[in-house]
Design a protein around this ligand. Structure first.
Ligand SMILES: [Fe+2]
Ligand SMILES: [Fe+2]
Length: 380
């Protein structure tokens, strides 16, 4: 493929020729500041099925049975009495400034005059921003999964999706409570994440909800939660993420197991549409992690800051790790290789193809399951 073809395709799919075009990335701005409701048109048909044969899809049935016994209670299983000193956490974890830090040579940049005070503040803002986006993303998952209950034609999948709706309600609840009682401020929905959630919800094809949410958004969430779970020294957040991840791994498995069957039947043209959708989602998620709203709130010129953020080595590592689950799952679904490896080429361009042979999530969810006794409310 020539570069011109690649740029034309990029322009058609994500609205810009160069994936790293900062002006174009920044031209997407959020519109939810100060609003209470965001309305998105859902164009899909709700399907009844008269085939009630439970267990026709044994893997989905197993997942459903597992989900029924894996529920935890965000109010009582988490120790909300733990006091969180956000400043101390930011300092202890030396994290959260988008991969930039005082140890780097930032002479001649907008950070030149920053003292410890600003670095601490940006760490706090980044944490508020990150957890806010997790919370909004969880609500996206709540809506998408409720939609899957309606649109998927298989009874085993409707049953499973119903358990996931409950899981997602719990996730929204615990992230919102953590933000409100332990952190120091909210951010509205990031514009790039918003574009992606709108695309997923507006699409009339039931499998696109799965692809956008279960494979892409939740695949990324599983990797991001894992990363932060490992990194954080804050015991309440660590426990919260542990619980959420045990559910999230099942959700991604649900996506992989359902789409594996469906995608095996699709034509090249139909698969190409899915490949393009996966690519678009990947770019939106990459863009959102540039956390443009944080730099703006710190009073910086975002256009000046983003090239530095994009070049920060630590951020590049974090950003590519976010795709550690998505890429192998796309491979398992045939999305990397169909149509002469179109998506493989695009993931190469994005710098994330190195994960293709990592473990996929179809079976891996067992590994994330909570051990017996790990959650009080699961005891009979
Ligand atoms: Fe979730
Ligand atoms: Fe989920």
């Amino acid at each position: 493929m020539t570069d011109t073809t690649a740029s034309t395709e990029n322009a058609a799919i994500v609205g810009r020729e160069d994936l790293h075009d900062i002006e174009a990335i920044l031209s997407v701005v959020g519109s939810d500041e100060g609003e209470v409701i965001r309305a998105v048109k859902d164009n899909a048909d709700a399907l009844f099925t008269w085939n009630y044969e439970k267990g026709e899809r044994p893997a989905l049935n197993r997942l459903y049975e597992k989900a029924k016994t894996s529920m935890w209670n965000g109010e009582t299983d988490l120790d909300w009495s733990i006091e969180v000193d956000q400043e101390a956490v930011v300092v202890a974890n030396a994290a959260g400034a988008g991969g930039l830090g005082p140890e780097m040579d930032l002479a001649g940049t907008p950070f030149e005059k920053w003292t410890e005070k600003e670095w601490l503040q940006v760490g706090i803002e980044s944490q508020n921003w990150m957890l806010s986006q997790f919370m909004h993303g969880e609500q996206g998952a709540l809506l998408c999964t409720a939609k899957i209950v309606e649109t998927v034609p298989w009874i085993d999948a409707k049953y499973y999706a119903a358990t996931q709706v409950m899981d997602e309600a719990r996730h929204v609840e615990v992230f919102a409570k953590y933000l409100d009682t332990k952190l120091s401020g909210h951010y509205p929905l990031n514009a790039h994440l918003g574009l992606l959630l709108d695309d997923i919800i507006e699409d009339s094809r039931w499998d696109m909800t799965y692809l956008g949410m279960q494979i892409m958004v939740e695949g990324l969430a599983l990797a991001a939660f894992g990363f932060i779970h490992q990194l954080t020294t804050e015991p309440l957040l660590k426990q919260l993420l542990r619980y959420v991840m045990s559910d999230e791994a099942r959700h991604v498995a649900f996506g992989v197991l359902s789409l594996k069957e469906y995608y095996a039947e699709l034509s090249d043209t139909e698969m190409k549409e899915r490949q393009e959708f996966a690519f678009e989602a990947a770019v939106r998620m990459r863009d959102r992690f540039l956390q443009q709203e944080v730099w703006a709130r710190m009073g910086l010129d975002v256009k000046e800051v983003l090239p530095l953020v994009m070049a920060a080595p630590e951020r590049a590592m974090f950003q590519s790790m976010l795709f550690a689950k998505i890429v192998p799952n796309c491979k398992k679904l045939g999305l990397l290789d169909r149509n002469d490896g179109w998506l493989r080429q695009k993931f190469t361009e994005l710098g994330v193809i190195q994960f293709e042979d990592w473990a996929d999530t179809a079976e891996e969810y067992e590994m994330f399951a909570l051990a017996e006794g790990e959650v009080a409310s699961q005891q009979a």
